[in-house]
Design a protein around this ligand. Structure first.
Ligand code: CTP
Ligand code: CA
Length: 223
């Protein structure tokens, strides 16, 4: 009995994971987005299911199939992701924000397709809502896990986000480094915790990275 209990350490826990990019339309046929494949978030969702959690996967558009056993909530824009996450936040024990959320969106969304009449087209962008920062502000009992995608000064920026967004831990990766980041199947991460400690990992398959992240989270939960 003990062994079985041990193999499902997240049994009874509600875990919400966001994954993939978000997509910000500018007209009915065009949008702004980023290179996120969703692989890291989907791997975490799959691992959390295997560890026994009730998993909700809120995902921007990706080419991936949702892992069996998750409650799947597809979204497109940052505003849709924000709504999907906020309405389910109270019930969650752990929230992992692996999504690569668009930082800016077109100020105006054209109702008709833009025709190529002009040689130049300037699109004005404005900031989207920082979903993770909102979750940090409203945090009660939840364990909040953020990501930091950096191309330089990884430790400095990751620690800044950890503090500023009121996170319990942040998973930092250098997306400019070979073998890490958006489209590849591997990732080399460093986890910073709010007690100031850090844990560096070697280059690993994203499936393995997913377990390592949840291991650290479970440790913080005292599981
Ligand atoms: N994030 C979010 N909502 C946004 C932007 C980011 O929830 N509008 C979350 C991401 O899901 C990630 C974390 O914030 O967990 C950090 O994202 P990142 O892009 O690394 O940092 P930003 O705070 O957006 O800052 P910058 O892009 O300038 O580095
Ligand atoms: Ca960003």
């Amino acid at each position: 009995f003990q062994e079985k209990e041990h193999s499902k350490p997240l049994q009874g826990k509600n875990v919400l994971i966001t994954a993939g990019p978000t997509r910000e339309p500018v007209d009915p046929v065009r949008y702004f987005t980023n290179y996120s494949s969703g692989k890291m978030g989907y791997a975490i969702a799959k691992a959390a299911v295997a560890l026994g959690a009730n998993v909700t996967l809120v995902s921007g558009p990706t080419a991936l199939t949702p892992p069996p056993g998750v409650t799947f909530l597809p979204v497109e824009s940052t505003a849709e992701m924000l709504e999907a996450v906020l309405t389910r936040y109270d019930n969650q024990d752990v929230v992992v924000k692996a999504a690569a959320v668009a930082d800016y969106k077109p100020k105006r969304v054209l109702s008709q397709k833009m025709k190529k009449k002009q040689d130049e087209w300037t699109v004005e962008l404005e900031k989207t809502t920082d979903i993770l920062a909102e979750l940090g502000k409203r945090k009660q009992h939840q364990l909040l896990v953020g990501f930091a995608a950096e191309t330089q000064d990884v430790e400095h920026y990751a620690k800044d986000k950890l503090e500023r967004k009121n996170l319990d831990m942040i998973v930092a990766n250098n997306v400019a480094q070979e073998g890490s980041g958006f489209s590849v199947d591997t990732n080399e991460i460093i986890i910073y915790k709010k007690d100031g400690s850090k844990q560096a990992f070697p280059l690993l398959a994203k499936e393995k990275v997913a377990y390592e992240i949840l291991e650290v989270a479970m440790d913080l939960m005292g599981r």
